[in-house]
Ligand binder design. Structure first.
Ligand code: OAD
Length: 235
């Protein structure tokens, strides 16, 4: 049986594909207020602003290609049972060929009907793949409700956290790539790793990592993944 690798990724894995991160200098949250464009309160305040923000994010993905880090993660499937848990709303892991991807924070290419007070109790059957097309105010789902981005807004719970915890807990090794580990519950996932499972972090920044199981490969995703693969081969 193949050994299990859980891979947790954040915006940094897609940085070298040309997608900006959120919290680095010049990142998305320098130019947009997340509470206006990516929170449930922001949605109720100004749906058009939120739809336009995600229309822009979605359109960018059309010509964006996976980089060597996404490809290296997908290639791990040859020898390992790999599940990617990504905080990213882009589709670059899928474009790279990863077959098991859990999108903790939703997907920019998908929408679903808004649901009023039951906003978070949607069914997967209601989710619509719109590819790279814009969605506007007045665009309705078959049930007559306004379409909203299939994104976990700030202020909403994270329905995929439970399957993600199970994947991390069952993994023989955890690899974390390109996340500032500032947004919970994703940032706390590594705590569920088996005490015997090594944890590798690929990120160029100094991160507040206080777990003795963690080896920090301090580099960008593409170069860091090359180093990680070497370490894996030598283990
Ligand atoms: P952040 O922008 O918070 O962090 C990006 C991380 O990527 C930082 O640790 C950088 O050091 C690292 N980084 C930058 N360039 C890199 C490169 N070339 N290679 C590897 N790493 C690099 O992004 P996330 O941690 O993903 O949620 O943010 C988590 C969540 O906060 C996002 O999913 C998003 C955001 O608000 C929602 O919108 C719901």
């Amino acid at each position: 049986m193949k050994k299990k690798i859980a891979v947790l990724t954040g915006a940094g894995v897609s940085a070298e594909s040309g997608l900006g991160t959120y919290r680095d200098n010049g990142g998305l949250w320098d130019n947009y207020d997340p509470m206006e464009v990516a929170s449930i309160q922001g949605w109720y305040k100004n749906r058009k602003l939120v739809l336009d923000f995600y229309n822009m994010q979605r359109a960018k993905l059309k010509d964006t290609k996976p980089n060597a880090a996404h490809l290296a993660i997908a290639a791990l499937e040859k020898d390992y049972d790999v599940t990617v848990i990504t905080q990213n709303v882009d589709n670059l892991h899928e474009k790279a060929g990863s077959t098991k991807v859990i999108h903790l924070h939703g997907e920019a290419t998908k929408v679903r009907p808004e649901n009023g007070v039951y906003e978070e109790s949607f069914s997967e059957r209601e989710v619509i793949d719109v590819g790279y097309e814009p969605v506007n105010l007045g665009d309705k789902a078959p049930n007559g409700c306004q379409l909203r981005p299939h994104i976990v807004f700030f202020g909403e719970s994270v329905p995929k956290i439970e399957p993600a915890i199970d994947v991390v807990a069952a993994a023989d090794l955890l690899l974390i790539v390109g996340t500032s580990m500032q947004v919970y519950p994703a940032a706390g996932l590594y705590r569920y790793a088996d005490p015997k499972a090594p944890i590798y972090v690929v990120d160029p920044a100094d991160l507040p990592l206080h777990d003795p199981r963690i080896t920090h490969i301090k580099d960008v995703a593409t170069k860091g993944m090359e180093k990680f693969i070497k370490i894996l081969e030598e283990r």
